[in-house]
Design a protein around this ligand. Structure first.
Ligand SMILES: Nc1ncnc2c1ncn2[C@@H]1O[C@H](COP(=O)(O)OP(=O)(O)OP(=O)(O)O)[C@@H](O)[C@H]1O
Ligand SMILES: [Mg+2]
Length: 378
């Protein structure tokens, strides 16, 4: 299965840069997700790879073949790129049976009747839908329709699979099940897959790598753990995690085990935080702490010794969410979001000590944070 490469790829629509300057490699057989908010250019990027949209700049390659390079007027149409695609807006064609839906791309490729039948049944078998072959498509549940759409995309044995929010119309429980099925299917076929979603949990659950996009550009291209634990900008941290961001000033900097360790001081608190880079003394940083990494204790004496930074604040909100309880705790100017255990009985207006250990902190130089904040939106 070939890799997919984008080199300085852009797409302008009139005066609008839908995709700015995207450079990325999707390794052979990998599952890579384009993650970002609505309008950031995910669908446009996927459609350019499929050949349903032409890039206005840059070079797109699938395997060792360049499929699009406008500077040389080179453009391979979709049927010559061998990419299977599941679209965002609709799943399958309602006027056809399940069989005919899956057979459609095979008939387009002029396969014999026997070959069409064999490949359709194999694809339906992969998604456990053979029993439904003769069923009219509208008489299927949402999850079944999604399975048929995936069968249709893999039936002609494409070398690349492009999936545009294929699970977004499903209810939460079915979406969870389909994620597991989709990942298992992708691994069984070892097919290079590019998946699009705006759901960060979905991206983390499925991907070998995640490409976080914003305003037509890549913010970070990393493993799910890299994106989650070591965001490169505040925008990535804000989009991919539930975090509180706290301004601080660097007092000292030293090498740590897996990152730099900065000694920092904020309003009425000080402590150590992790950082990707060295930051000079006196410079500002934005300290990031994820909601599930913060402890909230009513009794300061019960905070364990390995909690490196502490704040004292007052609970403003307490929302029971089943598998966790989300607290909003006011510390001066900052409202901390804290994911506590669901049985936690801390009440609104109670004073609590918030604490976090060094390994659960991350920080970004304030200069980088300011630069990403002034980036012009589309
Ligand atoms: N045919 C077009 N003509 C003009 N502008 C377009 C066209 N297609 C997309 N755009 C613009 O390009 C930008 C990126 O759109 P795109 O559909 O790629 O976003 P997306 O990340 O897939 O968003 P969503 O999560 O809502 O599906 C948007 O601002 C959109 O309005
Ligand atoms: Mg889209």
């Amino acid at each position: 299965m070939p890799s997919v490469q984008l080199q300085n790829v852009g797409r302008r629509f009139g005066g609008v840069n839908a995709v700015g300057d995207v450079t990325a490699v999707v390794p052979n057989g990998a599952f890579v997700t384009l993650l970002g908010p609505s309008g950031c250019g995910k669908t446009t990027t996927l459609r350019m790879i499929a050949g349903l949209e032409s890039n206005t700049s840059g070079v797109i390659s699938i395997g060792d073949r360049i499929v699009s390079d406008p500077s040389r007027s080179l453009f391979l149409p979709p049927e010559k790129r061998n990419a299977g695609m599941v679209f965002q807006s609709y799943a399958i064609w309602p006027h056809m049976t399940v069989f005919d839906n899956v057979a459609y791309p095979l008939r387009l490729r002029r396969l014999t009747r026997e070959d069409v039948r064999a490949k359709v049944m194999r694809a339906l078998d992969l998604v456990q839908m053979t029993a439904y072959a003769e069923r009219p498509a509208p008489l299927l549940s949402g999850g079944q329709q999604q399975r048929v759409a995936i069968a249709r995309a893999v039936a002609f044995e494409p070398s690349v699979l492009l999936l545009d929010e294929p699970l977004s119309n499903l209810d939460a429980k079915l979406r969870d099940e389909m994620r597991i099925e989709l990942r298992a299917l992708q691994q069984r076929l070892a097919i290079t897959t590019i998946f699009v979603t705006h759901d960060q949990e979905e991206a983390m659950a499925l991907s070998d790598r995640i490409i976080v996009m914003r305003s037509g550009s890549i913010l970070q291209d990393d493993t799910p753990e890299g994106i989650y634990f070591r965001p490169s900008t505040l925008k990535v941290a804000e989009f991919c995690t539930t975090s509180t961001i706290i301004p601080a000033t660097v007092v000292a900097s030293r090498p740590g085990t897996r990152s730099r360790v900065l000694e920092v001081r904020g309003d009425d608190w000080s402590g150590m935080v992790q950082s990707a880079t060295d930051v000079v003394e006196g410079a500002g940083v934005s300290v990031i702490v994820r909601a599930e990494s913060i402890r909230a204790d009513a009794d300061p004496a019960s905070v364990s010794g390995d909690q490196d930074i502490r704040w004292r604040g007052r609970v403003e909100k307490n929302v029971f969410r089943g598998f966790r309880r989300t607290l909003v705790v006011r510390v001066g100017e900052i409202a901390f979001t804290v994911d506590a255990a669901p049985e936690n009985d801390i009440r609104v207006d109670q004073e609590v000590t918030l604490s976090v250990s060094l390994k659960d902190t991350w920080s970004i130089p304030a200069a980088a944070a300011a630069a990403s904040a002034t980036e012009t939106p589309l």
